[in-house]
Design a protein around this ligand. Structure first.
Ligand code: GLU
Length: 425
């Protein structure tokens, strides 16, 4: 039998892709990939005033950046389209007509239409929260169609889950309190409700719900700061889920094979930027030279660094990768490899000026370098030692001097590495 798991991410495009939304998308994607099922992207854009093309684009860009490809949805097509709610009015009208025929709707004075609740107790067997019991409701019947003919969220959300054959709904816990309404609608349509997994909220470090203003709330901010998508992917998985075993740093394939929504915690997850950044540093260090170069290139270009020799650039980046956590930190560690004019740190200038013999020492070093026939780290190092011996100074005094003179900085990769990468000339 073909695998029939069908899950969806159903964002409302109202500004940007939030870290909570991204994690919801991620858990759905993981479940689809784990079960060999289908992951559907459905854009819940019925609120025309608030939905902009930019906001839609932010969702697509963020998901693509994280590597969350969708099997059905905008651009991918599929048998259950269109995948924008704003284009599904006919389908909603047809479902509405079913409720009318079943005597489950009635008009209000203003023309809005209400759905008659069945008023039976509901049990939601939730994969994360366990069985959640709701007593028969005493709430007034629910408006499902506005006087202008547009439909409200609960109605379109359920129609689409029914129409698209969604088998599992994995979404934020904030939707749990309304799920009994959704189940009532499924039954009224004569459909089986999907299985539910309501995942806990993401809290900021102070313990309140993560909001727009919190650091790290928008996926775009990770892209801009120079996080690697695989690091953010890995970190987000751990916000509310702990893989079996001790390892936390796991690649995509390992996470797919381990992922089980039953193991999602029911307690809220605490966002930790320090840990997320630490993850990024680990991933960055593990990158092969060509991959680090490719990831760093946009950040170098943003700082207007012109790369003439990508082999040199790869080696320069490798030489400092242990020193940074984020790609955006790289340009200031390597800029002197790519431009002639750069500023000297104040501290460096002070140190260079402190000893009157420094210009002479540098001239002597340069003279000895010029005489070399091979130019590699070993030769450069040996030459500095020879110069030191000749002038009766310690090599330890020449190395920082060289570093200051060559880079304008007091920190950086090994001096011999700098010498070789800059080239003998
Ligand atoms: N558009 C809803 C949201 O963004 C979807 C809720 C759901 O996944 O059912 O919260």
């Amino acid at each position: 039998m073909p695998n029939s798991v069908r899950v969806r991410f159903a964002p409302s495009p109202t500004g940007y892709l939030h870290v909570g939304g991204a994690r919801t998308a991620l858990f759905n994607w993981l479940y689809a990939r784990h079960r060999g099922g289908k992951f559907i992207l459905r854009i819940e854009d019925t609120d025309e005033a608030r939905n902009t093309p930019e906001a839609r684009q932010a969702i697509f860009d963020g998901m693509k950046w994280l590597g969350l490809d969708w099997d059905e949805g905008p651009d991918s097509g599929g048998d259950c389209g269109p995948y924008f709610q704003s284009q599904r009015k006919d389908i909603y009208d047809a479902y509405f007509a079913k409720l009318e025929a079943a005597g489950r709707v009635y008009a209000e004075e203003n023309g809005a239409m209400r759905f008659k609740f069945s008023r039976e107790p509901v049990i939601i067997p939730d994969m994360v929260c366990g069985d959640v019991h709701f007593a028969a409701t005493e709430e007034p019947d629910m408006t499902i169609r506005r006087p202008d003919g547009s439909y409200i969220f609960h109605f379109v959300n359920v129609v689409d889950d029914a129409e698209m054959g969604i088998t599992h709904v994995i979404r934020g816990e904030d939707h749990l309190s309304n799920t009994w309404k959704h189940i009532d609608l499924f039954h009224a349509f004569g459909k089986h409700p999907p299985k539910y997994a309501h995942i806990p909220l993401i809290l900021n470090p102070t313990g309140s719900k993560m909001s727009k203003r919190d650091e790290g709330s928008s996926i775009q901010s990770y892209i801009d700061a120079g996080f690697l998508p695989e690091a953010v992917f890995n970190y987000l998985c751990l916000l509310g889920w702990t893989p079996k075993g001790d390892a936390e740093k796991l690649d995509r394939e390992a996470i797919i094979s381990l992922f089980d929504p039953k193991e999602i915690h029911s307690a809220n997850a605490r966002f930790d930027m320090v840990k997320c950044t630490w993850f990024n540093a680990q991933y960055l260090r593990a990158l092969e030279p060509a991959a680090l170069y490719a990831a760093a290139l946009p950040f170098l270009q943003k700082e207007r660094l012109t790369i003439n020799d990508s082999a040199i650039a790869e080696r320069a980046l490798q030489s400092v990768k242990e020193k940074v956590s984020l790609l955006a930190e790289l340009p200031c560690w390597v800029h002197y490899f790519f431009k002639e004019e750069y500023t000297y740190e104040d501290e460096v200038i002070t140190k260079l000026k402190a000893k009157p013999e420094n210009p002479t020492l540098l001239k002597e070093l340069a003279a000895d370098f010029a005489a070399l026939s091979t130019w590699d780290e070993h030769a450069a190092h040996a030459s500095v030692e020879a110069t030191a011996k000749r002038l009766s100074v310690k090599p330890g005094a020449l190395m920082p001097l060289l570093r200051f003179a060559l880079t304008g900085q007091s920190r950086g990769p090994g001096v011999a590495t700098i010498l070789v990468l800059l080239g003998k000339d």
